[in-house]
Design a protein around this ligand. Structure first.
Ligand SMILES: C[S@@+](CC[C@H](N)C(=O)[O-])C[C@H]1O[C@@H](n2cnc3c(N)ncnc32)[C@H](O)[C@@H]1O
Length: 242
């Protein structure tokens, strides 16, 4: 099992993120996913505390989740409706659950939590094995920020506020980065560093092809904004042949 970077300390504060829990972010995400799920069921890889799974379930889409963090899933369980969502504890690159799904989704940059190319490819193959014919796999992830990194520089700030600092530390040769989070919480200074493997849209398309999926849509956001050379993130949809 990969290392769990979402233990008790992170899980306790996870839902405090004002941006990702904003209804203006969650609403379009759920609309997009519900439209693709249709009358079928959805599989969320890295279900976490249910930010997306709970409202998607309320929209009538049955959701099953996979996550390796018991602490995150305990937060989901404690919420209204959380007990009704099936969750399998395991690594989403390899964990097998019962059922055939019309939709699988992996949002909020979580594909990058798999820190090797092999693991990311295995994730696509695992998803493909869980999709019903015609089913879709959706990924929301940032475009690697190398264009904004001056030559020779390896650190890039992603948050600078009086109580929170965040820097990505790039390892370009290994296609990896470590996100360092420094926060003041209740008067104490906390540090959390998490490793990622950044991945390009074209590489994801190749992983999809290896898994027998084909690109159906690519947008820069959940409202189907165009994906362009200036986009800093993308929402991509691959399809399993009918
Ligand atoms: C950034 S959170 C996203 C949670 C939720 N999807 C959301 O949008 O709020 C990433 C989640 O993925 C889980 N995770 C990371 N790597 C994983 C892996 N290899 N297998 C299963 N779960 C994983 C973490 O435990 C965490 O709950």
């Amino acid at each position: 099992m990969p290392e769990d970077y979402f233990g008790e300390r992170v899980a306790a504060r996870y839902d405090d993120d004002p941006v990702m829990f904003d209804p203006g972010v969650v609403g379009p995400t759920v609309d997009f996913l519900a439209g693709l799920a249709g009358s079928g069921a959805a599989l969320e890889l890295g279900i976490g505390t249910g930010r997306i799974a709970l409202p998607l379930t309320r929209r009538g889409v049955p959701v099953h989740g996979i996550d390796l963090s018991e602490a995150m899933v305990a937060r989901l369980r404690a919420k209204p409706g959380g007990e009704e969502i099936g969750v399998t504890i395991g690594d989403f690159a390899s964990t097998v659950v019962e059922g055939a799904f019309s939709l699988a989704y992996l949002v909020f940059n979580t594909i990058m939590n798999l820190t090797t190319q092999d693991a990311q490819v295995a994730c696509f193959q695992n998803v493909a094995a869980h999709l019903a014919p015609g089913g879709c796999f959706v990924i929301e992830v940032g475009v690697p920020g190398l264009q904004r990194l001056p030559p020779g520089e390896i650190f890039q700030p992603f948050t600078v506020t009086p109580t929170r600092l965040g820097f990505d530390e790039y390892d370009i040769a290994a296609q990896g980065l470590v996100s360092h989070h420094y926060s003041v919480v209740d008067g104490s200074f906390t540090v959390n560093s998490v490793p990622f493997r950044y991945v390009w849209p074209a590489e994801l398309d190749l992983m999809a092809r290896i898994a027998g999926l084909t690109l159906r849509e690519r947008w820069s956001g959940w409202l189907r904004e165009p994906f362009t050379s200036d986009s800093t993130a993308h929402v991509s949809v691959w399809e399993k042949p009918a």
